[in-house]
Design a protein around this ligand. Structure first.
Ligand code: GAL
Length: 438
């Protein structure tokens, strides 16, 4: 019942037997005393390498990644890490670059991939090694919640090591601007949200900052509105690979709600990335934005304090639900440096690695044994919510969607952000539904 597909040579190398075997071979060969002496040659040992591919370039994201690199370097000081990042939130740009590399047979050793349905895209294409045995050997199956372990399984195997859980359905707001309109609490329902937006507008304050430059900001906002409109139980059916739920009148209603939200937002959406939009809220240039809690990571990276310099609430209408997504790393089939990649995956799943990464990234650890002292009030609340709320998967971040579907989902919503044509968007969403099967 072996689950890994390493060749014997790779397995020996990966699990440390290659070096021992080589040492034994060296001992077995006696020095050749009779040979003429050779001039001394400079040692030609090429530095070992590890290439990690991700889209973590913004404040918080990059800090978290570097913190994990530091842990790796402390364990493997002789390895040079190649930090291969391609900017663009949600990986909209990175995934295209990765596809080209994979198609050309030039994989990085390990790449960022969302746990859940997104992983299926790489598994089906035969681009990843299964990690079920590795997972057990490391004891990761004992320290991660059963819910998450289930999400990692495809065809009975685990393929990636999750480093975190992010929450997608979060409304970030500027408390000083809230005070300016006399609001005591953040909005809890969509009606309250729009009533407040109206007040901001009257006060000459931009109610919502929304991006579009990273080509996922509209779909990100939309997934929260879908959840608020359908409720967690029906929302999940939107991702079943059929257009049934997209024919439900609530689908058009959700698009109309998004259109209404855009009417209170900046019109230069295509010019702003998610981090620019969040920065507008942090700097008091806009009142609110809906974004995953990597936006909290951005706040942390700017030295700001949550619940003081900026506030948060679940996206209105979704208070009972935690929309989750998880960043993970896998092992490339044909990885140029498999031994180093295995070391990296050990760090990814370790308590030390996760406790270094997550407090900076704005996410909670995938492990259940974090050192809570390291986590701020928001993250502690998020850990509690993940354990107690209903869980719904994020389509914009691969928990419930394949890469093929996601690309269309992002694109349809970015087009909608510009043309506001709900009929066209709805038709495109119905047509795209089947792409979530491949
Ligand atoms: C998500 C990813 C997060 C964060 C975000 C913005 O897809 O899971 O870790 O990086 O994109 O870039």
């Amino acid at each position: 019942m072996s689950t890994t597909r390493f060749t014997r040579r790779q397995a020996l190398k990966l699990f440390g037997m290659g070096a021992a075997g080589m040492a034994m071979a060296a001992c077995a060969t006696p020095p050749q005393a009779s040979q003429p002496s050779q001039p001394a040659q400079p040692a030609q040992t090429a530095k070992k390498r590890l290439e990690i591919f991700s889209w973590w370039t913004n404040g918080g994201e990059a800090d978290g990644l570097n913190a994990m690199f530091e842990v790796y370097k402390s364990l493997y000081p002789d390895v040079e890490i190649v930090n291969a990042t391609v900017a663009g939130g949600a990986g909209t740009n990175a995934k295209a670059v990765l596809q080209t590399r994979l198609a050309g047979g030039q994989p990085p050793d390990s790449w960022q991939v969302h746990a859940g349905r997104e992983t299926l895209s790489y598994v089906n294409a035969g681009q990843m090694e299964p990690l079920t045995n590795f997972f057990k050997e490391q004891g990761f199956d004992k320290v991660m919640p059963p819910f998450l372990l289930e999400q990692l399984k495809i065809n009975g195997e685990i393929w990636t090591v999750p480093v975190n859980i992010h929450r997608s359905n979060v409304l970030w707001y500027n408390p000083k601007l809230m005070e300016r309109i006399g609001a005591k609490q953040p909005p809890a329902t969509l009606d309250e949200l729009f009533a407040m937006a109206e007040e901001f507008k009257k006060a000459g304050i931009t109610p919502f900052a929304v991006g579009g430059k990273d080509k996922f900001e509209a779909s990100h906002t939309f997934e929260s509105i879908l959840l608020a409109t359908f409720g967690a139980d029906d929302y999940i059916k939107l991702w079943d690979g059929t257009d049934t739920m997209w024919k439900d009148p609530r689908a058009e209603q959700a698009l109309l709600t998004l259109k209404k939200l855009f009417s209170y937002a900046n019109s230069d959406r295509a010019a702003l990335g998610w981090a620019d939009a969040m920065t507008q809220v942090l700097e008091g240039r806009a009142a609110m934005t809906i974004m995953g809690d990597w936006a909290h990571g951005l706040g942390i990276s700017k030295g700001l304090k949550v619940n003081q310099d900026y506030g948060w609430a679940p996206t209105p209408g979704t208070t009972d639900t935690f929309m989750w997504l998880s960043d993970s790393f896998g092992l490339a089939k044909g990885a140029p440096n498999p031994e180093q990649a295995i070391g990296w995956l050990k760090v990814c799943g370790s308590k030390e690695g996760q406790d270094a990464f997550n407090p900076k990234k704005g996410s909670i650890p995938a492990r259940t044994d974090p050192d809570l002292k390291l986590y701020d009030d928001y993250l502690k609340a998020s850990i509690a919510d993940f354990g107690s709320k209903k869980l719904a998967p994020s389509p914009a971040h691969g928990a419930s969607t394949t890469n093929a579907y996601q690309a269309k989902f992002h694109n349809i919503l970015e087009v909608f952000s510009a043309d506001l044509d709900e009929k066209a968007a709805l038709e495109a969403l119905r047509e795209a539904a089947a792409d979530n099967n491949r």
